[in-house]
Design a protein around this ligand. Structure first.
Ligand code: GLA
Length: 386
């Protein structure tokens, strides 16, 4: 981490000048509760020690100069000409500036250099890490005194409107509200949340990256959203108070199954069951029952694979291989799906065996090594120099 901070700081100073504000903005994991956030349901994510470091300084004019260390690319614009770019990465920064302007906050141009070790586009929300970092920096540098929830909503809107991905609120919420050794149970309807302790010496969180990045994820994501809305519309004929799948029970779904397109029914059943799994998993945590918790993670994967159908062969191979290693408590795909990472809970003494077995199995299937990272649950976006 120290090296990364130094690299970003130096690269900023070389281009823009001394003494930038330095921000650490984390990628997230999600233990359970996938594709529930945009259905006003429950999620159980945490911020991690995989971070983007951002060096930022305000300008006295309206120009905006960005440098991405990971892409080794520069981008220049000004507050009056924000526009979608061919490079795409600048859109995550511009989108946040755009939202601040639309909300009427007084900001000036900025200089930003950033880089990190969150896998890019890999299901750990590198995009929310960029957006959260920019929002946090603007709030600080221009003395706006906005609270974290306001920043969360602004960054989600940036992604929805400027980047054009209709994501839910989980990623930005976690990026900004994370705490060390705690996961957050978020009620994505009321936006109330509770911290749950997540710290075991003998159990680790392991992320396995398929290294597959699929464009499909965003188009299929929007299809899933529509299918969930379709299910709600059918049930609303019978239960007018229903607003989202959050209000639906499995019994209601079963009662009206015949009126559903079978695919839409499966999608809705998955979401209803996944919400229930999150609630039960939180009780497992309070009882320190990680065995039961891990089983729910594995059930979540089966639902994502067979009912919600957002998994992929590569994700399934990783999960199957992980599940065959003694000492693995649970394993599932994480995030939007179709590529990216799996998350596994692994007993500390089994981690080496996990790495060997999962790498060997994945190599046999694909000819590639997966990237395997151990992650710790860490604080949300924060200032790291004073
Ligand atoms: C992506 C979205 C989140 C959430 C997950 C699926 O990460 O950005 O809002 O919907 O997919 O749980």
């Amino acid at each position: 981490m120290e090296q990364l901070i130094e690299r970003v700081k130096k690269s900023f100073e070389k281009r823009f000048g001394p003494n930038p504000l330095l921000i650490a903005s984390p990628g997230r994991i999600n233990l359970i509760g996938e594709h529930t956030d945009y259905n006003e349901g429950f999620v159980l994510p945490g911020a991690t020690d995989r971070i983007i470091v951002m060096a930022v300084a305000p300008r006295s004019d309206r120009r905006c100069l960005f440098y991405s260390l990971d892409f080794d690319q520069e981008f220049e614009t000004d507050l009056d000409h924000l526009h979608n770019s061919a490079e795409r990465w600048p859109d995550y920064l511009q989108g946040v500036l755009d939202q601040f302007l639309k909300a009427g906050y007084r900001i000036q141009g900025v200089e930003i250099a950033f880089g990190g070790n969150v896998p890019i586009g890999g299901g750990m929300s590198s995009s929310a890490a960029v957006e959260g970092g920019v929002a946090f920096a603007l709030n600080h540098l221009f003395h706006l005194n906005l609270d974290l929830l306001t920043l969360t909503k602004l960054t989600q809107k940036a992604e929805n409107e400027f980047v054009g991905v209709k994501c839910g609120i989980m990623d930005m919420f976690t990026n900004l509200h994370g705490r060390p050794k705690k996961v957050l149970k978020i009620d994505c309807r009321s936006l109330e949340f509770e911290y749950y302790p997540f710290e075991w010496e003998d159990v680790l969180v392991v992320i396995s990256d398929t290294l597959v990045r699929r464009e499909l994820a965003s188009s299929e994501y929007n299809v899933r959203r529509r299918q969930c809305e379709e299910g709600v519309a059918i049930l609303r004929n019978y239960y007018p108070l229903i607003k989202s799948l959050r209000d639906v029970s499995l019994n209601m779904l079963r009662e009206h199954q015949k009126e559903f397109d079978p695919v839409v029914w499966k999608r809705c059943a998955y979401v209803v069951k996944e919400n229930e799994r999150v609630n039960l998993a939180c009780q497992d945590l309070l009882r320190n029952d990680l065995v039961s918790f891990g089983k729910r993670m594995s059930e979540s994967h089966l639902g994502l694979r067979d009912e919600y159908e957002v998994s992929s062969p590569e994700l399934n191979w990783l999960v199957e291989s992980a599940s065959s290693v003694p000492g693995v408590l649970g394993s599932r795909m994480m995030g939007a799906g179709f590529g990216g990472c799996t998350i596994s809970l692994v007993k500390a003494q089994a981690v080496e065996a996990f790495k060997e077995k999962v790498s060997a199995d994945y190599r046999k299937k694909t000819g590639k090594n997966p990237a395997i990272h151990l992650v710790r649950i860490e604080a949300g976006t924060r200032i790291i120099n004073g």
